[in-house]
Design a binder for this molecule. Structure first.
Ligand code: PGA
Length: 251
């Protein structure tokens, strides 16, 4: 199964969400392409709108971009995993590099959030990835394996976890597109250590229609976690098509 999804980050009005989700529901009225698991992670404010526009039988999984590890309490500005679940989330994105860099997320808080997410029966999308300096030093594999081990400490059963490898140097408008050779060693190591124990291992960072096919061919890549290239519905549908083509080629 190839997982193909997008986080909208801090983008999108309710009108945008309604339009995007309505068009997605129409495009997937007969189900998702065979072998492809779509997912959308809108801002939390738009989650219920997206859920309602997709409808109860949608194959699209929804998520939130962050959630606190406590179930409730005096944590101003946060939302909890049960609150996210009630609003329609099946997935919780955890440890994106923007949250680690700008909001003080650490391996320890990432671990707490992963455990809370699993405790409530949702799936963590655990984001890991190295900086340009670590990449240049040739330490990507060690760094990423360390992040995953820390995030999954004391997790007895990681089988519901989705790992997203997103090198920081490849993310966003200042990122550079990864070549398959840049990311292959990390995927080889992740697949070797975690491939049989987690749900899927995705790649994220400047994914676009021009590099998606080659990225999906890297051994160990089970899908794509996309930002900018999926912020239009046509962009997202195009990437779902590419993934469907990749599934068909392997079959
Ligand atoms: P991008 O974002 O595709 O816009 O580079 C990826 C991400 O942050 O997950």
């Amino acid at each position: 199964m190839l997982w193909v999804g997008t986080s909208w980050k801090m983008n999108g009005t309710l009108g945008f969400a309604r339009d995007y989700a309505t068009r997605l529901a129409k495009a997937l009225a007969d189900g998702a392409p065979s072998g492809v698991q779509p997912f959308i992670i809108p801002p939390a404010t738009a989650l219920t709108v997206v859920r309602d526009c997709l409808g109860p039988d949608s194959p699209v999984l929804l998520g939130v971009q962050n959630a606190h590890w406590e179930d409730a309490g005096a944590w101003t500005g946060e939302i909890s995993v049960p609150q996210a679940a009630e609003a329609g989330a099946a997935l919780v994105e955890i440890g994106h590099s923007e949250r680690r860099e700008f909001f003080g997320e650490t391996d320890a808080t990432v671990n707490l959030k992963v455990r809370s997410t699993l405790r409530h029966g949702l799936r963590p999308i655990l984001c890991v990835g190295e900086s340009a300096a670590v990449f240049e030093a040739g330490d990507s594999v060690e760094h990423v394996l360390g992040q995953v081990a820390a995030a999954l400490a004391d997790v007895a059963d990681p089988s519901r976890v989705v790992i997203a490898y997103e090198p920081i140097w490849a993310i966003g408008e200042h990122g550079r597109e990864a070549r398959p050779a840049d990311i292959a060693p990390v995927f080889a190591a992740l697949a070797d250590e975690w491939g049989d124990r987690v749900t899927a291992i995705l790649y994220g960072g400047s994914v676009n229609p021009g590099n998606a096919v080659d990225t999906l061919r890297v051994p160990g890549v089970d899908g794509l976690f996309v930002g900018r290239a999926a912020w239009t519905i046509d962009g997202y549908l195009g990437l779902l098509d590419i993934a469907a083509g990749a599934v068909a080629q392997v079959a």
